[in-house]
Ligand binder design. Structure first.
Ligand SMILES: [Zn+2]
Length: 176
């Protein structure tokens, strides 16, 4: 009887340990959301994350795109290809092709960077606090590949009042 009790105690502590390990894993992946293996978007589609090594990104992106998407760089104002683009269509992530912004929400911000008041799907982008460069800003990244897109500010037009200030080089436009 005593032996049985010991065995069941041992099994119990094993399952508790297993449970704790699972929990700590879940917490770790939640603290860096871009590393979650998938997410469900507003349409209900499951989007699988893309996790490439930095060497693979270097191979698939040109120098400027790598600098902005993977190293949180910023292109100089008025130098990108989309700040003055007035065509109708969709802007995709230049890193992974996820649809991010529609021309319907693009507006003239006068900043020299393509600006939108809303993403095509709120779950397709992620936002993080960015305290670099002596400022407190909100960084916007692609939810599927973690690529840096730009920043979002709260001085945009109606209906959202938001200004998604994006780097052209982080986007790939396809005309409708
Ligand atoms: Zn992406």
């Amino acid at each position: 009887m005593y032996r049985l009790l010991l065995i069941s105690l041992a099994m119990c502590s094993f399952s508790i340990n297993a449970c704790l390990q699972t929990n700590s894993k879940t917490k770790a992946s939640m603290s860096s959301p871009s590393n979650t293996p998938w997410f469900v978007d507003e349409k209900g589609d499951t989007i699988r994350s893309i996790n490439k090594s930095e060497a693979e990104w270097k191979e698939s992106l040109d120098q400027m795109a790598y600098y902005v998407l993977r190293e949180q760089g910023t292109e100089r104002a008025y130098t990108g290809k989309y700040h003055d683009n007035h065509k109708h269509g969709m802007y995709y992530c230049a890193g992974c092709g996820l649809p991010l912004f529609s021309s319907e929400t693009k507006f003239e911000s006068g900043t020299g960077w393509p600006s939108f008041y809303a993403p095509i799907d709120k779950t397709h982008v992620q936002e993080f606090t960015d305290n670099t460069a002596g400022m407190s800003r909100t960084e916007v990244t692609c939810h599927r590949c973690g690529g840096h897109l730009g920043h979002v500010f709260d001085d945009g037009p109606r209906p959202t009042g938001l200004r998604y200030c994006m780097n052209s080089v982080s986007l790939a436009f396809e005309e409708k």
